[in-house]
Design a protein around this ligand. Structure first.
Ligand SMILES: Cc1cc2nc3c(=O)[nH]c(=O)nc-3n(C[C@H](O)[C@H](O)[C@H](O)COP(=O)(O)OP(=O)(O)OC[C@H]3O[C@@H](n4cnc5c(N)ncnc54)[C@H](O)[C@@H]3O)c2cc1C
Length: 410
């Protein structure tokens, strides 16, 4: 008889696991509590789905996972994802190493997964929520009872792919897998939102709206730089966000939760070295004449950033430049390279892209089985693996899903 595999969760990792298992001849059922497959996948990459990255290595993941990721990526890496996508009929393109479907549409990726699931005859049960998994004792073969909010099923292998706590409500990311795995005796590492922005002191940001600017941002605990990133910073009405902030968030969130004071120091002239900037300042000093402060700074940088700086320095925009001392002018100009924003808290799970923490890697074998039960697998974000922005989290979903689906079926 075909091996009966139940996959709980029809997101990126679950659908991938189901496809690999079914291609190997297993009889596969996906239990999905949402009313559609791949809801979160359809929102990824701003609707374009950044599936992986050619610059792939273990350093792109949380420190606790690095060693294991090296091994897992050697089994199923970026080239395997590209081939897998080809087998689904999805053409992949690179944008500076960031991989996307050529269609530019995440929805087309979900559709291609659904087509393959249909072609392979995978049974999909919608609107049902996994509650627990119990080993059935007594028989010769390992078997499991899979209990949902509605009924129960028997399976030879169970793959838990229920995701994390991150993402909008419609993604159904309520972290069910954590308590389900805890009941199975697995250790759950404390969870935190990651790839997330931060609320900040309203005095230091822009209550009226937002602005985007290339910047280098250093995150400081006292004088210690805990993270430093470069990229497009977004300053919103109540905080800071954007890729460089998200990249640093994994470390910064934990420090803020420990009530450590963190200050973001923004350099709005990231591509200027010291000499370039000093000569720029000298040029600017020549313009100290009858004009107002507002006119003086008009071409210097984005007007919203300038407004923010003038406000923080408590200067009047109509002040005449000839009445502002040279040292004061230099200190205004220096603010563009050292703009300090005191961080308050993170935006929370609903606005985070991933969750750090989860099922401890100490309880997960290389083949994605759990150390407590040989026939139960854990995959995707449920596990204590989180990557940087840039396709690393979907790569992990596909790496873990493909390994579990293959091993579960043989
Ligand atoms: C807005 C946004 C954009 C992102 N963009 C990218 C990107 O471009 N590139 C990238 O690499 N990563 C991106 N990510 C992260 C990436 O989407 C996730 O890491 C990935 O989807 C995790 O896959 P998963 O299968 O573990 O979980 P999910 O994709 O969340 O799937 C879990 C599934 O399990 C179901 N489920 C939950 N509980 C139960 C239960 N009890 N019973 C049955 N079913 C259940 C859920 O409904 C869901 O369908 C983004 C995330 C967000 C929120």
């Amino acid at each position: 008889m075909d091996r009966r595999i139940i996959v709980a969760g029809g997101g990126a990792s679950g659908m991938c696991a189901a496809i690999y298992a079914a291609r190997n001849g297993a009889s596969v059922t996906i239990i999905e509590k949402n009313n559609q497959l791949g809801k979160k996948l359809s929102m990824t990459g701003n609707g374009r789905c950044n599936i992986s990255n050619l610059n792939m290595n273990e350093k792109m993941y949380n420190a606790a996972a690095e060693k294991r990721m090296k091994q897992w990526l050697s089994v199923y890496g970026v080239l395997d994802v590209i081939s897998f996508f080809k087998s689904l009929g999805i053409v992949v393109k690179s944008e500076d190493g960031y991989l996307y479907p050529l269609s530019g549409q995440a929805q087309s990726v979900v559709q291609a997964f659904e087509n393959e699931i249909k072609r392979l005859g995978i049974n999909v049960i919608f609107g049902e929520q996994l509650k627990s998994v119990e080993p059935i004792t007594g028989g010769q073969e390992r078997k499991y009872r899979v209990i949902t909010n509605n009924t129960f099923y028997e399976a030879d292998r169970v793959i838990i792919a229920t995701g994390s706590l991150s993402g909008p409500k419609t993604t159904m990311s309520t972290g069910d897998g954590y308590y389900i795995c805890k009941k199975l005796g697995l250790t759950i590492k404390d969870t935190y939102p990651a790839l997330v922005g931060f609320k900040a002191d309203p005095e230091e940001i822009m209550p009226e709206g937002g602005v985007r600017s290339l910047a280098e941002i250093s995150f400081l605990l006292g004088t210690e730089v805990v993270a430093k990133e470069y990229g497009e910073l977004q300053i919103t009405k109540d905080g800071i966000s954007g890729i460089p902030v998200m990249q640093a968030s994994s470390k910064v969130v934990r420090l803020l939760e420990e009530k450590k004071p963190i200050t973001a120091v923004v350099n709005f002239f990231p591509d200027y070295d010291e000499d370039d900037y000093v000569s720029l300042e000298k040029e600017m000093l020549r313009l100290r004449d009858e004009r107002t402060l507002s006119d003086f700074l008009t071409g210097f940088h984005n007007s919203f950033i300038t407004d923010m700086i003038i406000k923080k320095m408590k200067m009047g925009r109509s002040m005449k430049m000839k009445n502002i001392s040279e040292s004061m002018v230099l200190s205004i100009l220096d603010s563009y390279r050292n703009y300090k924003i005191k961080l308050d808290s993170n935006y929370g799970y609903l606005q985070s892209q991933v969750t750090s923490g989860g099922v401890s890697l100490g309880d997960v074998r290389d083949d994605m089985t759990t150390t407590s039960h040989d026939g139960i697998f854990v995959v995707g974000e449920l596990v204590d693996v989180d990557g940087r922005c840039g396709g690393y989290n979907l790569q992990w979903a596909f790496t873990s899903g493909s390994i579990a689906g293959t091993v579960a079926s043989i």
